[in-house]
Write a protein that binds this ligand. Structure first.
Ligand code: G3P
Ligand code: CA
Length: 268
């Protein structure tokens, strides 16, 4: 595979290896680690009893056999659900087997941090706070509390294995105020005048534009880079988009298919 520009891009597994395994489960993250992903992406939400769990949607309906909002359920309620069998149900001739029940149970952020700590190689973690404004700082407080327990909240500058991402500038500002050396990523799917100028909110140094922005407004990437920001693009699954990101020299791509992307980049 040839590229116009040689560049080592960090390959981040979006919700784990979520094309192959049920998103946000141990099965998906173990597959991503096995596939060679450099980093793992996860979304976090607070349960009714204050635990951070890795779930993308506000409700559990799409990705489990249960119903209801994550915020209205306790961890024990979530632990009784199956977050695996929905995956592949459409065209499967038989129920997919994702292994032991633990592999498709609700995944706490704590368990994911343990998995990364025990992976046996350097793996980074990109944690996205979902709907944090509703919780008036509780998501960030709990997140920092957990990161502190794993000694990850106050890294040496430019040497952090963890970063916090959000579409909410307010959420990032809370993190930046409490943990100034923890890197933050401002996610966006809109091209604002501020973004066109290469500016990010607060002290955020990493931009997380959607691939649509990168496709239609590549100059935005250049402005961000000129302003000294890293650029992490989501969600990059196709050859053309990988090539585009490589040409533009972005630092990270977030993908549902880490194995295929690594292979496309000539790293497998
Ligand atoms: O990594 C950023 C990306 O995950 C944001 O979109 O909806 O997949 O959380 P979403
Ligand atoms: Ca996400």
């Amino acid at each position: 595979m040839t590229h116009a520009r040689q560049h080592t891009i960090q390959v981040v597994a979006h919700r784990g290896a979520s094309e192959d395994a049920p998103e946000h489960t141990l099965a998906a993250y173990m597959k991503a680690i096995e596939d060679g992903a450099d980093a793992l992406e996860c979304d976090v939400r607070l349960t009714a009893d204050g635990h951070l769990v890795c779930v993308h949607d506000r409700r559990v309906d799409r990705t489990s056999n249960g119903r209801g909002a994550v915020s209205a359920l306790e961890l024990a309620d979530l632990a009784a659900l199956d977050f695996g069998t929905w995956k592949g149900r459409e065209d499967a001739t038989e129920s997919p087997d994702w292994g032991d029940r633990e592999y498709t149970s609700v995944l706490t952020l704590e368990r994911l941090l343990e998995l990364v700590a025990d992976a046996g190689r350097h793996i980074e973690l990109a944690i996205e706070t979902k709907h944090p404004t509703r919780w008036a700082g509780q998501v960030e407080d709990r997140l920092l509390q957990l990161l502190r327990r794993f000694d990850l909240a106050d890294p040496a500058p430019d040497a952090s294995p963890v970063r916090v991402m959000s579409f909410s500038a307010r959420s990032l500002q809370r993190i930046e105020a409490a943990a100034p050396t923890l890197p933050t990523v401002y996610l966006t799917q809109f091209v604002t005048p501020r973004l066109k100028d290469g500016r990010l909110p607060g002290t955020t140094r990493i931009a997380g534009p959607s691939i649509r922005i990168v496709r239609h407004h590549p100059t935005v990437v250049l402005r961000l880079q000129q302003a000294g920001h890293q650029v992490h693009v989501w969600t990059v699954d196709d050859a053309e988009d990988i090539e585009l990101c490589a040409r533009l020299g972005v630092e990270a791509i977030i993908t549902n298919r880490p194995k295929q992307v690594l292979s496309h980049l000539g790293r497998l």
